[in-house]
Design a protein around this ligand. Structure first.
Ligand code: CMP
Length: 860
């Protein structure tokens, strides 16, 4: 018996209860997973009803002559008024006709035991229908009347009470038995007990999506945990995730640092799997809202083994009754140690940022996480830079109002700060100079740098913030150097070019405050020349042009419109920006009275080819042409920022941001395409035409070899233009070898099955490469038009992910610099100036007419 007397080693599922210091102030507590002990009570004090029930049963037992309740000696020590479990069961079965089985009676005694009304003498056993000794709390505490028969009045009261309340105890029996089993270690659960647990699990909503076999597995490891005190912290935000919980009774508050209580979870809700699935710190602190909360718990090792791969697909996090983050389980990539994790489907901007900072920016995370990258590439759609900086500053200064900090608090807060610094590093990595364009970002970076300098705990972050500062300084230097760049849109349809500024024009980025010089016409074809920063709105250009051209009409009567060479008109929105770069190849800008739009006609010069260098193409080496075309286009491509794709897709006017670099690159595509057609239809000599077609096929082949797929597409599309394909006499004279190559090229640009042939081809290439930009824009538009940006008030992050994928393609293409071997130069300067400005007709009607002229349709 001595071993029974030894001290109880196991702790129950509730302890003294850790009080939250203040709802919003994080207090770390070392977590040791509890090992609930079924021999101990789950309440701190018995409920009045159970207390009374205990008194009544004891009174009757004591009054019973043949009572089993006796003083007994256990290991030499006298234990007053105790009885073996078996005899207590016998007595209860005999007491009332509602108790039919011994198991029912044992359950009823367990219900008393779990509230501490009855205890095992050594507090080592739950109630068992065995010879273990139990006694009433009253006797243990010495609060019971001394030995002797209870007075008649007490006996009557006890009998009365038993008659009324025994059925309540009877009903409590099965639940108490179940809780007892759920507090036993797995290896002590008998097959019958496991069956009981399984039957219970079947009715738990949080598990309803799980298969029977999984529920059976859970039966042996799921644990019951009770906490008596409201205010107990179950775990803290930032803690390591150790368990997943289901709330069986009571409620808990979800508390987030700096926000306070964001949600209250109730009976039936579950929580805590986010940290387990993502291997991330706890996203919130869980505080008990009521006394006596009951929970089911699955510890991490079992969760990972049984549940991780089959857990519910969707997880919705709420704050103040509204969804703030919707996550979906996805398969992880190879190499990661577990098969699944959660990915963000939708969320509020602020919650997504918080989730990102807390799950993706721990020190252990290296490289660029896709969620982080998606966010950095697309946040401008749903979270303007100013708001992002505000949120980051709040997060960084989370200790601003904190009182005295313990070392644990300090560590916790330092982690917050580190995350913000790491975020800044990744931000600059992801979007480069665009991160510095907003002055508030630069101010914030400087503040951060000062904080890092002043805080020895942030020592390790010094090099990171210095690196960011260096990049910022470089950006500012570059900006100052290139300040005052001027561009021009030449009058005769030549490409947009630098007018004054940078001495080395290659890789020159067009900036929003660069000026551009351009003409604006009015209906009678008179014009004015304007000079405005790129980001000037259509409204301002319109007003200024109207003034200069003396239109004498209010701005509401006027519009700014492009007249294309084929006569089509496209009206600009008042808040549109980068207007001149957005024009088509041979388009012209007009200011017009709204009601007279129909009267606008193209200028005579728009009917002619744009101005280009006049040269005999035959004398230029095809490889050299391809080489210089590729270098030229690489520079244009290089200047395009990923953000421009977003501005282009959502509409520049939404952001007030220019798309000038993208515009110029897209214009170039059209220029090359129409150059091919223009050259062919303006070559009357059949033999020269045949030579030209062969040259263009070879040119396409070289561009493909140089991985300039933008030019490759443009050339092949030019050759496939109706005005060219109809030149039967020419094609008949093309050797079959060339025709075959051309057919292969046509197959590669075939748009069917969403450009599958091209996608497969390009998927095998390594950078550097110039991609076929119109397809990337098509993908962006497809993602944009096929998916709402906002779903039930949350940002549809799946859409952002789709768009970021396309934006990443651009980054991939440029991830290595272009280092082409130059073909032995013959006429380098000549070729370079030729390819930078082609002679182009972009009016299909005129091209077809010229084609007809050189090869009239044969009569059949
Ligand atoms: P986990 O991060 O593991 O631990 C805290 C838990 O709180 C979290 O998982 C979610 O299950 C739960 N929770 C509920 N609402 C929120 C919320 N709005 N933000 C963060 N966590 C929440």
């Amino acid at each position: 018996m001595n071993d029974i007397i030894t001290n109880c080693k196991l702790k129950n599922g509730f302890g003294p209860g850790v009080q939250p210091a203040a709802a919003a102030s994080p207090t770390k507590r070392p977590l040791s997973p509890d090992h609930p002990n079924p021999a101990l009570p789950i309440t701190e004090t018995p409920s009045p009803a159970m207390n009374r029930m205990g008194w009544a049963l004891r009174t009757l037992l004591v009054a019973d002559n043949s009572s089993c309740l006796k003083d007994r000696k256990v290991s030499g020590k006298l234990i007053r008024k105790c009885a073996p479990g078996t005899e207590l069961v016998d007595w209860l079965v005999n007491l009332s006709p509602i108790v039919h089985t011994r198991a029912q009676a044992a359950g009823m005694w367990q219900a008393l035991l779990e509230e501490g009304v009855l205890t095992h003498v050594n507090k080592e056993q739950p109630f068992k229908d065995k010879c273990f000794l139990y006694r009433f709390r009253l006797d243990e505490e010495g609060g019971a009347p001394a030995a002797g028969i209870p007075v008649a009045e007490d006996l009557n009261t006890a009998n009365e009470y038993i008659r009324e309340a025994l059925s309540t105890l009877f009903q409590r029996g099965p639940d108490a038995t179940l809780r007892m089993i759920l507090r036993k270690p797995s290896h002590e659960r008998t097959p019958e007990e496991l069956e009981l647990v399984f039957e219970e699990l079947v009715h738990i909503a949080a598990l309803s999506h799980l298969s029977t076999s999984i529920k059976r597995e859970l039966s042996s490891i799921i644990v019951f945990e009770a906490h008596t005190q409201a205010g107990t912290i179950l775990f803290n935000q930032g803690d390591e995730g150790r368990s997943w919980y289901i709330l069986l009774k009571g409620s808990v508050d979800v508390v987030i640092h700096g926000k306070g209580t964001v949600a209250t979870l109730k009976t039936g809700d579950d929580f805590g799997k986010l940290a387990l699935i993502n291997d991330a710190p706890r996203a919130a602190t869980i505080v008990l809202k009521e006394n006596n909360c009951h929970l089911l718990r699955v510890d991490k090792e079992h969760f990972n083994r049984i549940l991780r791969d089959v857990e519910a697909n969707t997880l919705r996090l709420q704050e103040h009754g509204k969804d703030v983050l919707v996550l979906e389980r996805v398969a992880k990539q190879r190499g990661q140690h577990s098969a699944f994790k959660y990915t963000v489907m939708s969320g509020t901007p602020a919650k997504m940022l918080e989730h990102l900072l807390e799950t993706r920016l721990g020190q252990t995370v290296s490289g660029m996480d896709p969620f982080l990258d998606d966010f950095l590439l697309t946040h401008i759609v749903f979270m303007p830079v100013v708001q992002l900086v505000d949120e980051l500053a709040n997060y960084f200064h989370c200790d601003a109002h904190a009182e005295a900090q313990t070392p644990e608090d300090r560590e916790y807060i330092i982690n917050f700060k580190k995350r913000v610094i790491h975020f800044m590093q990744k931000w600059v990595m992801a979007v480069r100079h665009a991160a510095f364009e907003e002055p508030s970002v630069c101010d914030f970076i400087e503040d951060l740098a000062a904080e890092v300098e002043a805080d020895p705990d942030l020592n390790e972050e010094t090099s990171i913030i210095h690196n960011v500062l260096t990049q910022m300084a470089r950006y500012q230097e570059d900006r100052n150097q290139n300040a005052g760049q001027k561009w021009k849109l030449p009058p005769n349809g030549q490409p947009i070019c630098l007018f004054s500024g940078n001495a080395t024009p290659s890789k020159t980025v067009i900036r929003p405050d660069d000026d551009i010089i351009f003409r604006v016409y009015c209906a009678d074809h008179t014009y004015c020349t304007l000079r405005f920063p790129m980001h000037t709105t259509a409204e301002l250009i319109k007003a200024c042009a109207a003034d200069k051209l003396q239109l004498n009409r209010g701005p509401e009567d006027l519009c700014l419109v492009e007249v294309r060479s084929n006569g089509e008109r496209a009206v600009f929105k008042d808040n549109d920006v980068s207007i001149p770069t957005g024009l088509s190849l041979n388009g012209r800008l007009f200011v017009s009275v709204k009601d007279h739009l129909d009267a606008l006609t193209p200028l005579q010069e728009q009917e002619c080819p744009t101005e280009g260098v006049d040269i005999d193409l035959e004398v230029l080496s095809t490889k050299e042409l391809a080489y210089h075309i590729t270098l030229f286009e690489w520079d244009l491509f290089w200047a395009v920022h990923e953000y421009e794709l977003l501005y282009h897709t959502f509409g520049r006017h939404h952001f007030g941001k220019i798309t000038a670099n993208l515009d110029v690159f897209l214009r170039r595509f059209n220029e090359v395409q129409y150059w091919i057609v223009t050259e062919l239809v303006s070559t009357p000599s059949l033999s020269k035409r045949v030579g030209l077609v062969r040259k263009f096929i070879k040119l396409a082949a070289y561009c493909k070899e140089y991985q300039n797929l933008n030019a490759f597409f443009a050339i092949v599309m030019g050759l496939s233009n109706m005005a060219v394909t109809r030149l039967q006499q020419t094609w008949e004279k093309i050797p079959s070898k060339f025709r075959k190559i051309f057919q292969e090229f046509e197959a590669l640009i075939d748009p069917s099955r969403n450009h599958r042939a091209y996608r497969v081809f390009v998927g095998k290439l390594q950078p550097p490469l110039v991609p076929f930009m119109p397809l990337l824009l098509k993908d962006m538009t497809f993602a944009h038009e096929g998916n709402k940006t906002s779903l039930d008030g949350l940002v549809n992050f799946e859409k952002m992910h789709m768009m970021a994928q396309t934006m990443r393609t651009i980054r991939f293409c440029r991830s290595r610099s272009l280092g082409l071997e130059p073909p032995s130069p013959k006429s380098e300067g000549e070729v370079r100036s030729y390819i930078s400005s082609f002679r182009v007709i972009d009016n299909q009607r005129i091209l077809t007419a010229l084609s007809q002229k050189i090869e009239p349709t044969r009569k059949v």
